[in-house]
Write a protein that binds this ligand. Structure first.
Ligand code: GDP
Length: 534
């Protein structure tokens, strides 16, 4: 049996934006229009209640940032939409990058007053590396913002791909009259109000230019003029180019006013790709061979792209977020974690329906399901119902900051090791064990990761630790073509060698020149700034 009819109607995407651009607002509107929630304000409410129930997320509350990313499933126009939230704070960029490996497309939201901001830029880089198609939404047109031509120009430069405007704004701020839909050649008239439904907005064909001119005066003529300029200077719409991440369609609107939002939601359904094939390696006679896994393949396969400790600190169970890559999941089916060959026996398997977690009845490629386990599952693990394949491409980034862990009560060493191992498996932090012995090292991409880990070690593992600075400023995972070459290198730098949670050898650096010098001395050693789970 083929699952193609199910996988074809799935869309799995993430919203990427700089904090405050309007991601939460837009998410909520998408849920509202899809009928997944009834009242506006529910997404914010969800954020708040999450704070209240999770102990270690107090940090998050204190700082008013979103540490954890979440997943929402909804149906819209006979499609199943999986929306993945990406944490906005820069310290959690690693987690965000991994979330982006689980999606097939991205929706980029930018604040029309601020253009493309720093955090968005970093997310764009990851999308670009993976050739993820991007739809652009220019938000907050009801404010005094920048010239739309300017914004297009900036998006083109930042994304490194041409823009193709799909809608065009008529005025902005107090003069915001609405948007022109270039395909239908009609103008949707703006009305403020967060309770508006898409069908509430008046639509006037451009052919009735006199009527529009009478209502919007010079603003309308100016908009036509700049629209003409934009269209003249932009790429022609090409679905193939968009899918190849070589062109971005651009929409304008105001999320908080529900305006221009339906157009984006429709674009996700109409333009974004359904789940595609994914690369994996399969062991054939103990030799790894590349295998392309197709969404409609019969065998179930999925990859763990995120592991999160359960909110309830008393139960040390964790949720492994799995992106289904092929086949069909049904309750009770037998599954294996390919890294260990062990059977996976989750205590529960859930899907994430906006604010509720529900037991999964079935899931197909593109869907995200959460397995609750008591361990045995790591970030990057592949789970299948049979074949020994392993998905590649889940990135770990070389830490840029290191701290030494000093345990205040040495009697809790065992608990510390357990805690560090589990937090390392979750990807909350990277843990390095120096080959020469001594205290464990924590490696992070952002400062906040240290605080979260310190807090969690204390509350969940009852380990009071002190973090001390150390001389390391970076690390590179190292490999060589022969074991002898690797040994030679290890002997040359015995004090710099450490192993991470996956037992991969790393070289610790104290300055950016270190790697260069070491590389010059040992040209045959490969230094990797990024480790892919393999
Ligand atoms: P996030 O940090 O990206 O999730 O941003 P939020 O969705 O929380 O929005 C940040 C702020 O911008 C909030 O106060 C929103 O009410 C406001 N906002 C969002 N969309 C619009 C819009 O279209 N127009 C205006 N004027 N404000 C908006």
């Amino acid at each position: 049996m083929s699952y193609a009819s199910e996988t074809r109607r799935r869309r799995t995407f993430a919203i990427i934006s700089h904090p405050d651009a309007g991601k939460t607002t837009l998410t909520e509107k998408l849920l509202l229009f899809s009928g997944a929630i009834q009242i506006a304000g529910a997404v914010k409410g969800r954020k708040a209640s999450r704070h209240a129930t999770s102990d270690w997320m107090e940090i998050e509350k204190q700082r008013g940032i979103s540490v954890a990313s979440s997943v929402m499933q909804m149906s819209y126009r006979d499609h199943v939409i999986n929306l993945l939230d990406t944490p906005g704070h820069k310290d959690f960029s690693e987690d965000t990058y991994r979330v982006l490996t689980a999606v097939d497309s991205a929706l980029m939201v930018i604040d029309a007053a601020n253009g493309v901001e720093t955090q968005t830029r970093r997310l764009i880089e990851v999308c670009r590396q993976r050739d993820t198609p991007i739809i652009t939404f220019v938000n907050k047109m009801d404010r005094e913002v920048r010239d739309p031509l300017d914004i297009l120009d900036e998006v083109e430069r930042e994304l490194g791909m041409p823009c193709c405007p799909m809608t065009w704004p008529v005025g902005q701020g107090r003069q915001f009259g609405g948007i022109i839909d270039l395909r239908t050649q009609s103008m949707t008239v703006f009305q403020p109000g967060s309770d508006k439904r898409p069908e509430d907005f008046e639509v006037i064909p451009l052919a009735e230019a006199d009527k529009l001119r009478a209502r919007f005066g010079q603003t309308f003529d100016d908009a036509l003029e700049s629209m003409e300029l934009a269209v003249g200077a932009s790429a022609e719409w090409s679905h193939e180019q968009f899918l190849a991440a070589k062109l971005t369609p651009v929409f304008f609107g105001s999320g908080v006013n529900n305006f221009g939002v339906k157009e984006v939601l429709d674009a996700v359904v109409d333009m974004s790709p359904p789940p595609g094939p994914r690369k994996s390696t399969l062991l054939v006679n103990k030799q790894p061979v590349e295998k392309i896994v197709h969404p409609e393949d019969e065998g179930f396969a999925g990859v763990v792209f995120k592991v999160q400790a359960n909110m309830d600190a008393n139960h040390r169970d964790r949720i492994a977020f799995v992106r289904v890559a092929s086949g069909k999941y049904t309750p009770g089916m037998k599954m294996r974690v390919q890294r260990t060959g062990k059977e996976l026996r989750p205590t529960s398997v859930v899907t994430f329906m906006s604010q509720r977690r529900e037991a999964v009845e079935e899931a197909y490629a593109g869907d995200i399901i959460g397995f609750t386990t008591h361990g045995g599952v790591q970030l990057g693990d592949t789970i299948t119902d049979g074949p020994a394949l392993q998905f590649t491409g889940l990135p770990f980034f070389a830490p840029e900051m290191f701290m030494t862990v000093v345990l205040k009560n040495p009697l809790r060493t065992k608990q510390l090791h357990e805690g560090l191992m589990q937090l390392g498996e979750e990807g909350a932090i990277q843990v390095f064990k120096p080959e020469a012995g001594g205290n464990m090292l924590l490696g992070a991409v952002g400062q906040l990761q240290f605080e979260v880990v310190q807090h969690r070690l204390n509350t969940e593992y009852n380990c009071d630790i002190r973090l001390e600075g150390c001389q390391y400023t970076g690390a590179r995972w190292i490999t060589a073509d022969t074991a002898a070459q690797l040994r030679e290198f290890e002997n040359a730098y015995p004090m710099r060698m450490a192993r991470d949670a996956a037992d991969t050898l790393a070289y610790l650096c104290t300055s950016p020149y270190d790697v260069r010098l070491a590389q010059e001395r040992f040209p045959k050693i490969h230094f990797h700034p990024l480790r892919e789970h393999a």
